[in-house]
Design a protein around this ligand. Structure first.
Ligand code: G3P
Ligand code: MG
Length: 228
């Protein structure tokens, strides 16, 4: 069972911060999932468009300049990181699952990753790009076929994992509330891995293992390693 630290070790540290990501590296996870938005020509790492839940600011990210945004406290004195900072920190030590939030991030993502390949030595084989925005995933795959795609779904589609095959994804990322035998079998028949979010207790994790799920997104990855 592969374990992805969901928003870093977000069960113990402020989510989507360098502190939470470093903690994930320290427990040698298979992968780290982060959420990114395009903001002012840069990709920033945060889950909500609204700042209230995870920072000491109010309003939406687009209400602020990039400089102002990076001043806010994202918990325990952490700042909202940029994707660039995360790529620097991870430095190919784990799979990085970049979940694209919002709109129109395809071109910015690709230019950022091309630069990271040259300047940071980012190994693209360690990257997994996901989103609930499937046309955007399709655009990324068309622009850069070598980038691995993970197709997110919060439901069970009529044709099960066909959408993921159509996106030439390597994995389908499914909500734990819906994933079932039919979905897992369909993914595997198509040669897709199936990863499930967000799984924070052992009973659920073992149920999913019995279903044949290939990986979980978890806020407590160190604990999860002992569950299986
Ligand atoms: O990528 C898996 C999971 O993070 C998707 O949902 O809302 O936690 O970003 P969310
Ligand atoms: Mg996410």
């Amino acid at each position: 069972m592969k374990i992805f630290a969901h928003r870093g070790v977000s069960g113990h540290y402020p989510e989507n911060t360098l502190l939470a990501i470093q903690a994930a590296l320290d427990c040698h996870v298979h992968g780290i999932e982060i959420d990114v938005y395009a903001h002012d020509g840069e990709l920033i790492v945060i889950h909500d468009r609204q700042l209230t839940r995870t920072t000491n600011a109010t309003g939406n990210i687009e209400d602020y300049s990039h400089a102002a945004l990076l001043e806010f406290d994202a918990g325990q004195g952490q700042r909202i990181p940029t994707l660039w900072q995360v790529l620097q920190l991870i430095s190919n030590q784990a799979v990085l699952n970049i979940e694209l939030k919002g709109h129109d991030t395809a071109h910015l993502l690709i230019t950022t990753l091309e630069r990271a390949k040259v300047e940071l030595g980012t190994d693209w084989s360690t990257l997994l790009i996901s989103s609930f925005h499937h046309p955007m995933l399709q655009q990324i795959k068309q622009l850069q076929p070598t980038l691995a795609i993970g197709a997110l779904t919060a439901n069970i589609p009529l044709n099960y994992c066909q959408f993921a095959s159509e996106l030439a994804a390597i994995s389908v990322h499914c909500d734990r509330a819906f994933v079932d035998t039919a979905m897992v079998e369909d993914a595997h028949l198509r040669g897709l891995k199936i990863y499930v979010y967000t799984v924070n207790d052992q009973r659920e994790a073992l149920r999913l293992q019995a279903l044949g799920v290939d990986g979980i997104f978890c806020n407590y990855p160190a604990e999860a390693a002992d569950w299986f």
